[in-house]
Design a protein around this ligand. Sequence first.
Ligand code: SF4
Length: 703
Amino acid sequence: MTRDARLPAPPETPVAEETLRAFFAPDGPLARVIARYEPRPGQLAMAALIARGLRERRPVVVEAPTGVGKTMAYLVPLLLAGERTLVSTATRALQDQLDRVDLPVLRRLFPTLDWAVVKGFGAYVCLLHLRRLQTSSRGEFATRTEAEAFRRLARWAEEETETGDLDAYPEALPARVRETVTTTAEECLRQECPHHAACFVFRARRRAARAQALVVNHALLALDMALEGALLPPVPQLVVDEAHRLAEAVRRALGITVSAGRWHWLVGRIRRLCRPLLRLEADEVRAVEMLAVQAGVEADQYFARWRERLGDASRRLLEDERAPAAPLREATEALARAMADVPTGLSLEDRKLWERSQELARRLMHDLTQIVTPDPGDGETVVRYAAAEEETVQLVRLPLQVAGDLRASLWGKTLEADDPESPPRPVQVVAVSATLAAPSPGRDAFAWFREETGCPETALTLRVPTPFPYRHCARLYLPEDPRALDPTRARDPRERDAYYDRLADEILALCAPCPGGVFVLCAGAGALQALWERLAVDPETEVSRLRETDRLLLRQGPIPRARLLRWFQENGRAVLLGLRSFWEGIDIPGPALSLVIIDKLPFAPPDDPVMAARSRALARATGDPLAGFVRLMLPEATLLVKQGVGRLIRRRTDRGVMAVLDGRMVTKGYGRLVLRALPPAPVVRTIAAVQAFYADGHEEDGR
Ligand code: SF4
């Protein structure tokens, strides 16, 4: 790893506990800059552990539920240590909170603090493509709406924005426009680009190279690890927030995914490149354009066949798929071969783009081959599968384990010392999340995290208790009749309808006394649809009313998530049926969210090839056929339930009911393990108890 000349030397004096105590005191520096500041013992304990980790040069792993103030708890000791710090998050919401709230507050205490949010190439306008399109965009956009959206974006990029960050663009951008004005790490011309000096991507990177704090997302961090530090500057302090999502992000970064979209993107690029060249070497260029179109057609046909093969299944393991992929592979190969002859008379820029496109065609061919070809290590180290994604299909090849990679590229990461004679020093790693600890019989609460991420046993660990008064502000409802709400009934065609009827009735009964908004978090799309059909007054529409009431009923689907959430919050009494993306990263304080219902424990479905392959590998490694359930499925489902119910109480003043409508919470031993991991609200088992709670009663059934 290269050494950055601007890195300060390691601190002579480690952060002392008294310094931290003073910082977090009721009349300390934080109290001066945070309105209505309240000292929180859990926050101080977390900060103190991080300071100890710095002193002892040991990684730190902390579970800190909502309300602890975890970002301040890690930022303060790390900033006091005076070294450059990188924070990686899984969600945009947390990235925004760091960028717009926490770091600006801390700048009032650390006046020289500067930071940069670093994003991937796809987040910024690429000036090269923007300006090429400004010169000639004829035939590029299929509709006038797209063409006008492009013109407005171009004006914004040229005249209004400093950063070119599309997340800050004030209007929704059609996917086609976004795709044409952004680039990828593989396509970017870097120093050979005529716009490199003004480029938004590289301006952001130059800012990042100088900043004391960097904020990135897990996808970029994982990609940087895969590319051995090629994307991000070296840092001596690294925080992985929302660390329960890290292993999955790394699995994705080290894996390969192909879909028709990758061919469409490439074909679009090549056609755009060919269009003005047709007058040069018309025959050769026209041949390339035709081969590109042909490859696009083959891709459409190939992935359409996959759509048919999948039928109703959401995922399916791949076998030896070389023969069905042959026509697409050959068409892509023919395209790459034809592009090997670069037309003469091209500008330097066009020549570079041409070469890049040829490399990308080769890369596509290579990725497709890797995915469709059986691997001698299949089942041991990788899993290959097809996955339905709305209207399209992705073919995926993922490594089963990333713990070894993370041991080397995260926990074992070192930084060259300023003095070339000195040995490299370890990077200080802190992993935190609101949900990291999970039940795994016979093992400690962080066993799942250590096994998944390769976190060393020497790491200091802490579970911070919730600061919220759950005994008073919340109830946890479990079904009165657990056998009627056993979700395994939904697998039996004879029982399916009766099960969903009963589930819908239970939801209606819970909604009736609730004075505020309701989230119904569904573990799968099938359940969401079945509930929508039973709960909506008019199931044919996208937005409806809840049966037997006048409540607005919304569901995750074609309406963008941000709009659904806005309607939900503005309405104040709406009911929203959501899938996985609503289980975490959503912060709706106050009565607008007063009831969170989870339909069932979100175990990976029986046909999930990734979980099946991971479980088999674990069973083989441990000799225990149940290891997959005990060490993977149960911890992961528990963390998700903790995330889901965690949407309810966001502030000390919030009040409401969490309901897990899975009878197995009561009838199975593992259900009771999940229960013990949930926030400490009193359990209630009757609708009458829920009514009494909302009416401000204090009945209890006891846990
Ligand atoms: S350097 Fe890369 S990202 Fe920047 S304008 Fe050029 S091609 Fe686009």
